[in-house]
Ligand binder design. Sequence first.
Ligand SMILES: [Ca+2]
Ligand SMILES: [Ca+2]
Length: 256
Amino acid sequence: MRRFLCLLILPFAFLSTLSSQEKKQPDPKGAPKVLYAVPLVAKSGEKQKLALRGKNLASVKEVKVTGIDGVKLKVLGAKAVAVPNNYPGDRVGDSEVEVELEMPKGAKPGEVKLTAANAAGDSNAYTLLVRDELPAVAEKEDNGGFDTAQAVSLPCAVEGLSKSEKDVDVFKFEGKKGAKIRIEVQAARFGSPVDGFLTVFDADRKVLDSADDVNGSADPVLTAVLPRDGTYFISLIDAHDLGGANFGYRLVVKTE
Ligand SMILES: [Ca+2]
Ligand SMILES: [Ca+2]
């Protein structure tokens, strides 16, 4: 929701004041907070590097795994990161801890939780967004318009980035008359700063439907019954026109 942007800029203005106060005396609220992972989507059964982005993470030395056995995790480093000009620091995070992670093959979405710890205490238990059985597709830029839309086959789960401000990602698929298609963005529910806005278009590039926030979440979900055989387009933007290398999303498209 766009009106959130104005509300979120206000706390950002106080960040520099807060950081000087934190240096003078230990902040009892200095425990870490994990907001999201970069990349947002993790794979089971192989070794990968990912960064946990959030607050008070630069002093993290340990990351604990719960919910599943057999995960190997090594902390590689932690640091402060720049908050882009006028971005909501509470949403994008001001620090990160990088880990090497290896989950056993078949780790299920929702069961792997990561908790970062520093001298002040433990963070929230962050639920990692793990790939499921849907075919994973990497988003390919430049997919910013109808003529350069990225073709996908259903079902699929696109792993993408709102890579910069005003990034528009367009996908196309071939559909059959009467098919009921479900399109879902997984981002904000896993802490990603992306506030997705979805629009579906028919072959004539006319809007069939759109969705922004659904069920109390910034993540859009919509279902559409296709009116005829042909090509359909899905566009995904950030509702605030924000973006960056840490603005990850997963876009699930399937027939119901
Ligand atoms: Ca993109
Ligand atoms: Ca939204």
